[in-house]
Design a protein around this ligand. Sequence first.
Ligand code: SPQ
Length: 421
Amino acid sequence: MVIKKISKSNGSVKVPGDKSISHRAVMLGSLADGITEITGFLKGADCLSTIDCFRKMGVDINVNGENVTVKGNGLKGLKKPQDMLYTGNSGTTTRLLCGILSAQDFDTSITGDASIQKRPMGRVTKPLSLMGAKIENEYCPLYITGTKLHGIDYKMPVASAQVKTAIILAGLYAEGETIVREIEKSRDHTELMLGAMGADIDVNGLDITVKTTKNLSAVNVDVPGDISSAAFFMVLGAVMPNSEITITNVGVNPTRTGIIDVLKDMGADITLENMRTSAGESVADITVRSSSLKGTTIGGDIIPRLIDELPVIAVAAVFADGETVIKDAQELKVKETNRIRAVVDEFTKCGIDITETDDGMIINGGKAIHGADFKTYGDHRMAMSLTVLAQLADGESTLDDSDCACVSYPTFFDDFYKLGE
Ligand code: SPQ
């Protein structure tokens, strides 16, 4: 696909629902007693994979546009699926399911696409096995023998919301108390939603304690817009001359807002308005205006708060004066693709001064760049980040695969080009 260029970016955009919250609403709704009405659900491929898996385990889920109704089966009401569960491209579905399925009284198996089969599952299977879980393999396909679990006190070796959540979900079923100790705070949507559903869960700084839970009570979930999708417009608005973009109804849970902090630090003109809370999640309208950016250093405990935004933050760094250092971001290597290598290889094609490091990259920005024929590696965030990058490159750019954007943002290209009209 030739990446069309827009000559201006002005106006308002409403990005689709948050992917992390949409997954969790379907999963926890399936395990709750009663009916969960989800509004603003993200109908991206990953969340549809989650729906498909739970339907295969006997949960009645009705999808009507962005409205989803889940008739919960209760914590002990899932049924043995006929076939292997297929999680597509979704790490969240795969890892969170491991926590739930370990504790069922039936056996299951899970696999996903070529990318999922390369993503490490040992990070969830190891702690779950300490709880008594029986999971064969550290890469998909995984074979899970349902069994009784017991609580553990687990210090996480990586900052990962998926690992944390898999253990918490297993902890709902486990005998005794389960404590997960994070090294850095990662997104806390699971804790918030479980708390609202009446689970016995307590958060104390980086430590989360969950006790055996008899039942969860369904709550309605109004999913805010995904800040990870808003990120593309935040960077576009900041780097493109004469821009003013308002992104409405964006989730600004503090565990997700690292990109706002970093862009502000780089000199971006960003304001948050209409701050409100919906189902325990903070929501705001975000306005970004073009400004001159300067390089910065990004590392430490901000990384989990912006991990998925780093490819597009790297785009901002290309148009910022001076050096930007991204460090402590080794986790990028185990995403849909190795996002450090992918960003460095594709940006290099444009003549950008970028160097790969073991835990991130160094970008010397503020220089003219030219278009290129880009590879996305089947990674949705690469496809959308490269589309933003191409806007300020001289000459034409192409993408080998634009369809992969549908994993998290099926209407991305429509929304993007509408801003230029
Ligand atoms: O679900 P998946 O494929 O892992 O998606 C990604 C993404 O870019 O959309 C990562 F590749 O987001 C993860 C995120 O990186 C979603 C997530 C969650 O919902 O709990 C947590 C993060 O992953 P991790 O490994 O840090 O727990």
